[in-house]
Design a protein around this ligand. Structure first.
Ligand code: FAD
Ligand code: DHB
Length: 388
């Protein structure tokens, strides 16, 4: 098989890149190691910035998002058992869209199927080669048969554990990493959200987040130990722990119910530099991870592929400047989002090694934040997303 761009990974970054390239008439094939159902079953992000909303509109799949997504004008920060509203719209003129990654992925998959462009699911032993020369290729095994795709470029959209970053000679990569000493235990349930907006909670027992997917589906998280196991958490234990971390009047309004999904995610900050190696580009979680606190991961993935698709369109029109500066342009935005996610994570969580001084610093910063319009604006402008 021959194509212009071989995309590895059918997560949000791979599918969105495929849609953007297809719209520009650039031939592409997506190769994914899992099944479509498996990809759809991963419950992850919930908050989209305006830039991500705009990209989904650009590829013509925004209709369901606008009909079913929930535009949010603010969120609550909660500490010392009190909730303080951050008026995102009042402070920045912008808002965010609450629309699950599962739904974004489903919309992109439906559009891809309708376009007739090839997606190979359940591809085994995926390998990439030749990207440091002029003739890159992708090999994989499907139903026991070996296949090869020859292409002009490879887009590594295969997430943190993917094969693309791992195929780059390690002496050409600079890795920057911080692993946090806790995880998030998440629970999804068909119960109405406790509040119409999100609540981020700093509590002596640990961080908690009240999020949502719709007016009838809630997503909640509690900070847990790194070695905690999801099997050790019954639904009842989860709800009891969440209630302990909420102010009494909020806890009293919480509707509980059976979980649809429960999982533990470790928290990590990670950046691999650069993001281009000859004819291989990395995008999304393949190149960088943010701890989820600032809701930036999916949004960064979307902006990476926005830059990448434009760079490739320019290339096929005879201009190489876009692909030459792809890495540098992405990384500037990525490092600012890394900083914000690290800061918000540090502010809102209990760190096992922290003492009373560190707790006082968190309290003083939270107090400053909700009483200073300047500090609140800095939080709000990062949360809604910095300009491209
Ligand atoms: P992925 O979604 O990881 O997709 C990569 C794909 O590549 C996968 O389908 C994988 O199966 C495939 N793949 C891997 N290896 C191979 C291989 N060798 N060959 C072929 N295919 C391969 N972000 C936000 O913006 N807002 C939020 O509110 C938010 N909340 C989050 C909450 C949690 C609990 C977590 C865990 C993450 C959250 N994120 C959030 C982050 C967001 O989910 C990720 O940043 C996003 O999924 C990145 O998309 P991606 O397509 O780059 O990578
Ligand atoms: C969700 C996840 C986040 O990390 C966040 O900051 C907000 C919402 C969510 O899964 O709904």
């Amino acid at each position: 098989m021959r194509t212009q761009v071989a995309i590895i990974g059918a997560g949000p970054s791979g599918l969105l890149l495929g849609a953007l390239l297809s719209k520009a008439g650039i031939d592409n094939v997506i190769v994914e190691q899992r099944s479509a159902d498996y990809v759809l079953g991963r419950i992850r992000a919930g908050v989209l910035e305006q830039v991500a909303v705009d990209l989904l509109d650009e590829v013509g799949i925004g209709a369901r998002m606008h009909a079913e997504g929930l535009p949010h004008d603010g969120f609550d920060l909660c500490f010392d058992d009190r909730r303080h509203r951050i008026d995102l719209h009042g402070l920045t003129g912008k808002r965010v869209m609450v629309y699950g990654q599962t739904e974004v992925t489903r919309d992109l998959m439906d559009a891809r199927r309708a376009s007739g462009r090839p997606t190979v699911y359940e591809a085994a032993d995926v390998g990439v080669h030749g990207f440091e020369g002029k003739a890159p290729g992708v090999r994989y095994v499907k139903d026991g048969a070996r296949h090869e795709i020859q292409c002009d470029f490879i887009a590594g959209c295969d997430g943190f554990h993917g094969v693309c970053r791992a195929s780059v000679p390690q002496d050409k990569l600079a890795l920057h990493e911080k692993v946090y000493p806790f995880g998030w235990l998440g629970l999804l349930a068909d119960v109405p959200p406790v509040s119409h907006e999100l609540i981020y909670v700093n509590h002596p027992r640990g961080f908690a987040l009240c999020s949502q997917r719709s007016r009838t589906r809630s997503r909640y998280y509690v900070q847990c130990a790194l070695d905690d196991q999801v099997e050790h958490w019954s639904d009842d234990a989860f709800w009891a722990e969440l209630k302990r971390r909420l102010p009494a009047d909020t806890a009293a309004q919480l509707t509980t119910g059976p979980s649809i999904e429960k999982s533990i995610a470790p928290l990590r900050s990670f950046v691999a530099e650069p993001m281009r190696f000859g004819r291989l580009f990395l995008a999304g979680d393949a190149a960088h991870i943010v701890p989820p606190t600032g809701a930036k991961g999916l949004n960064l993935a979307a902006t990476d592929v926005g830059y990448l698709s434009q760079s490739l369109v320019d290339y096929y029109q005879g201009h190489e400047q876009g692909i030459a500066t792809y890495s540098e342009r992405c990384l500037r935005r990525i490092w600012r989002a890394e900083r914000f996610s690290w800061w918000m994570t540090s502010l809102m969580h209990r760190f096992p090694d922290n003492g009373s001084f560190d707790h006082k610093m968190q309290s003083a910063e939270l107090d400053y934040l909700v009483n200073s319009p300047a500090a609140m604006t800095a939080l709000a402008e990062n949360y809604v997303g910095l300009p491209l």
